[in-house]
Design a protein around this ligand. Structure first.
Ligand code: MN
Ligand code: MN
Length: 296
């Protein structure tokens, strides 16, 4: 996967992205409480990221209860936090080099579900190093979560990141598996255990707020063309939120661009049984003697 150790300049960009993300994620998590809107927290996190780094690697994901991933508030969304399990997952880029991390804020009274994901992440990070199989890392995650009496979300995985690519190889499963890849020095990977009180499978829901450029093509419609220009200019191949687009009617254009195969949509992923999901995530770089946690 990797081309060997990262050069110093690249490593510094990843470190910068990681430290900005740590700061912003901690600040944003503090703001999550009943009565506050999801949009306030997303706006806060995204503005801070733009202030401190080159931009968001993807929209602030705010997933509550059975939602596991790809949930983000819409343009005029006034949904407030209630007594919920809230996963906050953000990404930062510096010159396209990405850090991706998540925390769970429990307002639902299930602190052990959060602990399970966090402890699974710690165990996974302890296992990471050159020559280690991705399935071995997954086994660490699965063992810890099952030890708590919960189930890992089996069809969500950790992943590599690279410049302008928020989701690439290698895949880091959330379960023990024989198939997999060997981690190498210089791999930059996001490891993200999800723990659930359900059976551990997510499926696509109907809500969709996050998109990315799939294939650039010329479009005739003026509004769609404006949206496409903004996406290429500001977000390149990184995922973006429809509410980020300047055109107040961008959501319509986005739907058309998706139908034409120009944009890709990321529907919210929900736990199949409607059960609670928690998440913990760090981005690390694999080093000679283990890994360096970029988002610590
Ligand atoms: Mn993430
Ligand atoms: Mn991730």
């Amino acid at each position: 996967m990797s081309d060997g150790p990262l050069d110093d300049e690249t490593l510094e960009k990843y470190r910068e992205a990681g430290s900005v993300l740590r700061e912003v994620l901690d600040e944003a998590a503090e703001k999550v409480e009943p009565g506050v809107t999801q949009l306030e927290v997303a706006d806060f996190a995204e503005s801070r990221i733009r202030e401190l780094a080159d931009g968001c690697a993807f929209p602030a994901n705010i997933s509550v209860d059975e939602e596991a991933s790809h949930a983000s508030p819409g343009r005029d969304d006034d949904t407030e936090f209630g007594e919920e399990m809230v996963c906050l997952d953000c990404g930062v880029h510096v010159d396209g080099y990405i850090a991706d991390a998540a925390v769970t804020v429990d307002l639902s009274g299930n602190p052990e579900l959060v602990e399970a994901a966090e402890e699974a992440l710690d165990a996974a990070l302890d296992a990471v190093g050159p020559g280690v199989q991705s399935g071995t890392v997954g086994a660490e995650i699965e063992d810890v979560i099952r030890g708590y009496g919960y189930t890992p979300v089996l069809n969500l995985s950790g992943h590599g990141v690279s410049q302008w690519d928020a989701h690439t190889g290698p895949t880091i499963p959330n379960r023990g598996t024989e198939r997999g890849v060997e981690l190498e020095v210089g791999d930059v990977v996001a490891i993200e255990p999800f723990a659930t009180t359900g059976r551990g499978k997510v499926t696509e829901g109907s809500k969709e707020e996050i998109y990315s450029l799939e294939r650039d093509r010329s479009v005739r419609d003026r509004s769609a063309r404006n949206v496409l220009e903004q996406v290429k200019e500001e977000y390149k191949t990184l995922p973006f939120a429809a509410r980020w687009l300047d055109d107040p009617r961008a959501e319509m254009a986005v739907k058309r661009l998706k139908q034409q195969g120009i944009l890709h949509g990321y529907p919210v992923l929900k736990e199949d049984d409607g059960e609670l999901v928690s998440q913990a995530e760090h981005t690390v770089v694999v080093t000679e003697d283990g890994c360096e946690i970029l988002t610590a």
